[in-house]
Design a protein around this ligand. Structure first.
Ligand SMILES: O=C(O)CCC(=O)C(=O)O
Ligand SMILES: [Fe+2]
Length: 223
């Protein structure tokens, strides 16, 4: 979906509930931007999008070079659309039991986010949970599923979750840099060789989303 509003309650395997309100809409390309109004909101988004795009394209260039590929390689597959997702986590009297978002990797290629000053972004590394420190004006950058697949697993898609605060509202502004729905994403052929068999089947991005949101298997080649 390219825009909307959702109140998400999720139940994970440990039966812990997560709760968050989300407002989301495309901010790129211009033809996909919605809502068109109010005008001042659109203008602020347009200005912000310019900077977000510059930053994400720079990061994708570095990631492409890190794989020994042309600088544009990752952006050409992943940079088709930018979705802004504003998360609003209401205060919750039981932050020990209720999460914000349950553990997940993002479906996009790359994710850039900023948060308000309430901590709550946590990543899993080597089975350890690490609280990401809040640094004013810092942008958090996550590698997400499509760059994992393009890189044939050389870049890992970061598993993360969010917590809620007892008394204060937590908010985050998340930009998902993602392929257009009809883009096929699979490992770059340059990365495949006798010693590096493909780990993922090429798949249309829309089919990937369909399977991911329904927890369906991907029939990946390493599973
Ligand atoms: O709220 C956050 O800090 C991150 C939100 C997040 O992981 C997401 O929207 O996918
Ligand atoms: Fe996420």
């Amino acid at each position: 979906m390219s825009g909307g509003y959702a109140r998400k309650y999720t139940l994970d395997l440990e039966k812990r509930r997560g709760t968050v309100d989300q407002l989301f809409h495309n901010i790129w390309p211009p033809s996909a931007v919605n809502p068109r109004n109010p005008q001042d909101y659109r203008e602020v988004n347009e200005e912000c999008t310019k900077h977000v795009k510059m930053l994400s394209e720079k990061i994708m260039e570095w990631l492409s070079e890190g794989l020994g590929l042309r600088r544009e390689a990752i952006n050409e597959v992943v940079g088709g659309e930018y979705l802004l997702n504003v998360n609003y986590y209401p205060p919750c009297p039981h932050p020990d039991v209720i999460r914000g978002l349950n553990p997940h990797t993002d479906v996009s290629g790359l994710t850039l986010l900023i948060t308000n000053e309430i901590p709550g972004f946590q990543v899993f590394k080597d089975d350890q949970l690490i609280e990401v420190e809040y640094i004013p004006f810092a942008v958090i950058v996550n590698i997400s599923d499509q760059i994992l697949r393009l890189s044939n697993g050389r870049y890992k898609s970061v598993l993360h979750q969010t917590t809620v605060d007892k008394e204060r509202i937590r908010m985050s502004w998340v930009v998902l840099v993602r392929p257009t729905k009809d883009t096929v994403v699979g490992p770059f052929p340059e990365l495949i060789g006798q010693d590096d068999p493909p780990k993922f089947r090429p798949m249309l991005y829309k089919d990937y989303i369909y399977r991911k949101v329904r927890y369906l298997p991907f029939s990946d080649l390493d599973s």
